[in-house]
Design a protein around this ligand. Structure first.
Ligand code: UD1
Ligand code: CA
Length: 471
C-alpha cells in the first residue's frame, strides 16, 4: 500500500503538464472591432487574467492560440506566453490542434481553457488536472449546474450517469436544451491520446471543428470521462456578449470590494464603488459612492475618498481627503485635501498638508508642505515652496508664445494675490507678495512686493503694509 502510494507521488511529480489558452476567436457576439480577449474587466484586458492563471498552473509560460487580430493580441501578451497562430479560425478543436507542432511529445497532460473565462480560479484548473491524474480515461472536464447557460454546451449523461457527449446549444434538441449541467470549457487531456483524435475530428454542421466532440470520441471508445463539478457561480461566467462582460464586472467588483471591507476599508455603497484589481488601500480609509480607483493606485490609511472621484495611477498617503475630483498620475503626501472639483494631472506632487480647493488644477508641479491653493487656479510646470498661498484665479502661464512650456519657481511663504498671472519662465523668491490682478513677467527677489500690469516692484521689505485682500 505504502509502496503504491510512494509510486503514485513519484509518478505524479514527474507528470509534465502544459497549459493552452484558446484566444483566436473573433468573439462575434461581442459585436466589436476589438478582439474579445482585449475587452477589459476591472481595468485589465481579459487576456491578462488567462495569462496569470496559465503561469500559476504550470509555473511556466502557457501556450496561447491567437488568430483574429493576432498582432494586437500578441502585443498584449508580450513575452508572457508562447504564441501559436490559428489561421483561419475553424473552431475550438481546430485551435487546439494547431499546438501539436510545439506540444506533441513535450508534455504528458494538456490543460486547456478559453481566454474568455477571466474569473476562473487556479483551484478549479488544478482540480481538473488532479482529476485527470487519477482518471484512467483520456479526458477530464469541468461542469457546472446552472439555469443561466450563457450559451454553454450541455452535458449529456447516460442512464448510468456517465458523461457521453457535449452538445452545443445551437445543435441541441428541445429535450437537451432543458439540461442544466453545463460544459464550463476547461479540459485536461492525456497527451498520447489527444493529437490523433484531434486529427480525426469531423467538422460540425456549421463547419467548425468542436473540441467538445472529443468527449463523444472518448465515450464511444468506452473511455472514462473524468468530471469535476464546480459550484463557483462567478468562475463560470464565460464572456460571449457584453451582457456577460457586465455580469463578470459585477462579480469581480463584489469580490474585490468584499476583500477590501474584510481588510478594514469602509465602502459606503459597494455596488457603486469601482476598484481595479491592482489597487491598494490602507486601514480605516472610507470610500464614498461613485468613486473609481484605477490602475496602479495606492491609497493610504484613514483617507476619505469621494464621493464622485476618480483616482488613476496615483499614490495617496495617509489622512487625505478627496472630494468630487479627478486625480491622475499624481503623488500626494499625508493630510492633503483636494476638491470639490479639483483636477490633479500627470506629475502633480503635493507634499504633506497641501490644500487644493475648488476648480484647482495642477500639472507636472511640486507643491511643498502646506501650500494652499484654494480657488480657481492653475499651476503647471512649477515648483512651489512650503506654506505659499496661491490666491484665487492665479495662473502659471507656462505655455509661451514660442509654443514651448516654461517653468515657474516660487519660494517659501509667498503670497500670490488673486488673479495674478505668472508668465513663465519665472523665478519668484521667498516671502514675495504680488498684488491682485498683477501680471508678473520678470523675476522677483526675496521679500519683494510687486503690483500692476506688467508688475513692478514697489517694495523690497517684508513688513510693507500695503493691503492685499484675498480669500
Ligand atoms: C465553447 C464550448 C462550449 C462551452 C463553452 C464554455 C466548443 C465547441 N464549445 O463554446 O461547449 O460550454 O466554450 O466557455 O468548444 N477559439 C479559438 N479558435 C476558434 C474558435 C474559438 O481559439 O476557431 C477560442 C475563442 O477565442 C474562445 C474559446 O476558443 O476563447 C471558446 O470559443 P467560443 O466561441 O467562445 O466558444 P463557446 O461558444 O463559448
Ligand atoms: Ca465562450
Amino acid at each position: 500500500m505504502l509502496r503504491h502510494f510512494m509510486f503514485d507521488i513519484l509518478s505524479n511529480m514527474s507528470i509534465k503538464t502544459a497549459s493552452v489558452i484558446l484566444a483566436a476567436g473573433k468573439g462575434a457576439r461581442m459585436r466589436s472591432n476589438i478582439p474579445k480577449v482585449l475587452h477589459t474587466l476591472g481595468g485589465r484586458p481579459l487576456m491578462e487574467y488567462a495569462l496569470d492563471l496559465g503561469f500559476d498552473i504550470c509555473n511556466k509560460p502557457p501556450i496561447v492560440v491567437v488568430g483574429f487580430e493576432s498582432e494586437k493580441v500578441q502585443e498584449c501578451i508580450g513575452n508572457r506566453a508562447k504564441i501559436v497562430l490559428q489561421e483561419p479560425q475553424l473552431g475550438t478543436g481546430h485551435a487546439l490542434h494547431q499546438t501539436a507542432g510545439v506540444l506533441r511529445g513535450q508534455a504528458d497532460m494538456i490543460v486547456v481553457w478559453a481566454a474568455d473565462m477571466p474569473l476562473l480560479s487556479k483551484e478549479t484548473l488544478q482540480s481538473v488536472v488532479n482529476c485527470q491524474i487519477e482518471n484512467e480515461g483520456p479526458i477530464s472536464i469541468v461542469t457546472a449546474i446552472s439555469n443561466n447557460d450563457r450559451g454553454f454546451g450541455k452535458v449529456i449523461r447516460s442512464e448510468l450517469g456517465e458523461v457521453q457527449a457535449i452538445v452545443e446549444k445551437s445543435d441541441a434538441t428541445a429535450e437537451q436544451l432543458s439540461i442544466n449541467e453545463l460544459n464550463v470549457g476547461v479540459y485536461c487531456f492525456r497527451s498520447l491520446w489527444l493529437w490523433d483524435e484531434l486529427s480525426a475530428l469531423k467538422p460540425s454542421a456549421n463547419g467548425e471543428y468542436y473540441l467538445t466532440d472529443l468527449i463523444k470520441s472518448a465515450s464511444s471508445q468506452d473511455e472514462k470521462i473524468g468530471v469535476v463539478t464546480t459550484n463557483a457561480v462567478d468562475e463560470i461566467i464565460g464572456i460571449n456578449t457584453r451582457v456577460h462582460l457586465a455580469e463578470a464586472e459585477t462579480a469581480l467588483r463584489t469580490r474585490i470590494n468584499n476583500r477590501w471591507m474584510e481588510r478594514g476599508v469602509t465602502l459606503i455603497d459597494p455596488a457603486n464603488t469601482y476598484i481595479d484589481s491592482n489597487v491598494e488601500i490602507g486601514l480605516d480609509t472610507i470610500v464614498l459612492p461613485n468613486t473609481h480607483l484605477q490602475g496602479n493606485t495606492v491609497v493610504g490609511s484613514e483617507c476619505t475618498i469621494g464621493p464622485n472621484s476618480t483616482i488613476r495611477h496615483s499614490v495617496i498617503n495617509d489622512r487625505c481627503k478627496i472630494e468630487s475630483s479627478v486625480v491622475e498620475h499624481a503623488t500626494l503626501g499625508n493630510d492633503v485635501d483636494v476638491g470639490p472639483f479639483g483636477h490633479l494631472r500627470a506629475g502633480a506632487h503635493l507634499d504633506n498638508g497641501v490644500h487644493v480647493g475648488n476648480f484647482g488644477e495642477v500639472k507636472n508641479s511640486y507643491l511643498g508642505p502646506d501650500v494652499k491653493m484654494g480657488h480657481f487656479s492653475y499651476v503647471g510646470d512649477a515648483t512651489i515652496g512650503a506654506r505659499t498661498n496661491i490666491g484665487a484665479g492665479a495662473i502659471t502661464c507656462n505655455y509661451g508664445m514660442d509654443k514651448n512650456k516654461h517653468r515657474t519657481e516660487i519660494g517659501e511663504d509667498v503670497f500670490i494675490g488673486s488673479d495674478t498671472m505668472l508668465v513663465a519662465p519665472l523665478h519668484i523668491g521667498s516671502r514675495v507678495r504680488t498684488g491682485a490682478g498683477s501680471v508678473v513677467t520678470k523675476d522677483l527677489p526675496d521679500d519683494s512686493l510687486a503690483v500692476g500690469v506688467p508688475a513692478r516692484i514697489i517694495s523690497r521689505a517684508v513688513d510693507d503694509d500695503i493691503q492685499l485682500k484675498d480669500e
